[in-house]
Write a protein that binds this ligand. Structure first.
Ligand code: HAM
Length: 408
């Protein structure tokens, strides 16, 4: 019978990768806690409306990429494509609007029906934060600083690009100017962009179609249409970033693919520009209200763990361990293992006739030391300890393992 394969774009995480993931998550979780973000977990399945309006009916994520299913009760559900709308839903449905600011850290699988390629999957994992109820650009700058500190802590070099999408009034004026401009170019625009011209003209700026590139380059930028409030907001954010020592580049073409953003949007991209955005997010003024809550601002970001894992080369080498090697499983072997584990070491017991093979197994499993229990050792209540990095071996009393103090 043919062996089942996983669904296209979805992966198993074998121990090395799973361990790397847990290191990346733990690092983010600990750092976020230092900035007052506490962990929240929301269900993987939500009602589809949680995402469709908030992310934008015309966005790729909602229009083309959501995994939708109808449950046995006839309800239309979606496998969550991102975390922000889920966190806002949880904030509102748990009645937490009086406990502000609501600062949450989250991690977990997300699903998008995209064309799989390196760094882009149909089930991928995000790590992210949301800060609801704080509307100052200073607080936004601090959340960007947290993102930068996180990337640094996992030894990823990335460059920050920022832009402002302005407030509702700036956007309305800009949209009008953009529509007028693109209408003039109607005959040369791609079919996809023509469709977007009707639905969401701002998204044309995000087009990857070759025939649109020149037109996009010449298009008016939002900057000229910013209201004075929106301009001040952005200038304060930039002051905040400078105060915190964060280098950035303003990219007026950065619009992002989700509709809920207002004011600041940002992305951390690898210096080579290859491999896709590592971490991205922004400010949102209307999302909470749109989802049935009070008027309040929010800010957040999310990073794709698979992309971080690809970029963070030196991170998450498996932890070293100690292998107890013996001829037949016996009580001495388990006594050794217990004594060592009591002191916090990772220990595995291997038994077999061929010690050469057992030592190879220990090496493969990242052991730093092999505690060898042959017949002679057992008869004399001793163990031989072999350092597997420099192959030096010594014999010590078994009882001395109570105070084994070698670093791994
Ligand atoms: P996003 O830009 O759609 O934003 O995704 C954030 C990050 O998730 C991306 O920069 C990328 O690293 C990763 N990612 C997205 N799609 C895939 C995929 N198919 N395969 C692998 N990695 C992927 C959001 O999701 C927003 N919720 C971020 C946010 C939080 N904005 C405000 N708060």
């Amino acid at each position: 019978m043919a062996i089942f394969q996983p669904v296209r774009g979805m992966h198993d995480f074998l121990p090395k990768e799973a361990y790397r993931f847990s290191c990346l998550i733990e690092q983010g979780r600990t750092l976020a806690r230092h900035y007052g973000f506490h962990e929240i977990q929301t269900p993987i399945l939500e009602k589809a409306e949680v995402f469709s309006r908030p992310l934008g009916e015309s966005s790729d994520v909602v229009g083309k990429e959501m995994y939708l299913l109808t449950d046995r009760g006839g309800e239309i559900l979606a496998l969550r494509p991102e975390g922000t709308a889920s966190v806002v839903r949880a904030f509102l449905s748990n009645g937490l609007t009086d406990t502000l600011p609501f600062k949450e850290f989250y991690t977990g699988p997300m699903f998008r029906y995209e064309r799989p390629q390196k760094g882009r999957y149909r089930q991928f994992h995000q790590i992210g934060i949301e800060n609801l109820g704080e509307s100052s650009p200073w607080s936004d700058a601090e959340s960007i600083f947290l993102a930068q500190q996180y990337l640094k802590s996992i030894q990823i070099e990335a460059f920050l690009e920022i832009n402002t999408l302005g407030d509702a009034a700036s956007r309305a004026a800009y949209k009008e100017a953009l529509v007028a401009y693109f209408k003039e170019k109607r005959t040369t625009l791609s079919a996809l962009s023509l469709k977007r011209l009707e639905q969401n003209p701002l998204r044309i700026l995000d087009s990857k179609e070759p025939e649109d590139q020149d037109i996009i380059q010449q298009a008016p930028t939002l900057e000229a249409f910013l209201t004075s409030e929106a301009r001040t907001f952005f200038e304060t954010l930039c002051t905040g970033l400078k105060t915190l020592g964060i280098a950035y580049r303003q990219n007026p073409r950065l619009v992002r693919g989700l509709d809920y953003y207002t004011h600041t949007v940002f992305e951390f991209v690898p210096p080579s520009g290859e491999g896709g955005t590592l971490l991205a997010g922004g400010h949102y003024d209307h999302l909470v209200e749109l989802m049935g809550g009070p008027k309040m601002s929010g800010f957040g970001w999310a990073a794709g763990l698979e992309r971080l894992s690809l970029a963070a080369c030196p991170m998450g080498a498996m932890e070293r361990s100690i292998a107890v090697i013996t001829v037949n499983f016996n009580s001495e072997a388990y006594t050794c293992a217990r004594l060592l584990r009591d002191q916090g070491y990772i220990v595995e017991v291997f038994s077999g006739k061929d010690f050469g093979k057992l030592l190879k197994k220990a090496d493969r499993n990242q052991a730093r030391y092999a505690v060898i229990l042959g017949e002679e050792e057992i008869n004399t209540a001793t163990v031989s300890i072999k350092d597997l990095d420099n192959r030096i071996q010594e014999r010590v009393p078994l009882a001395s393992l109570k105070e084994f103090s070698k670093p791994l």
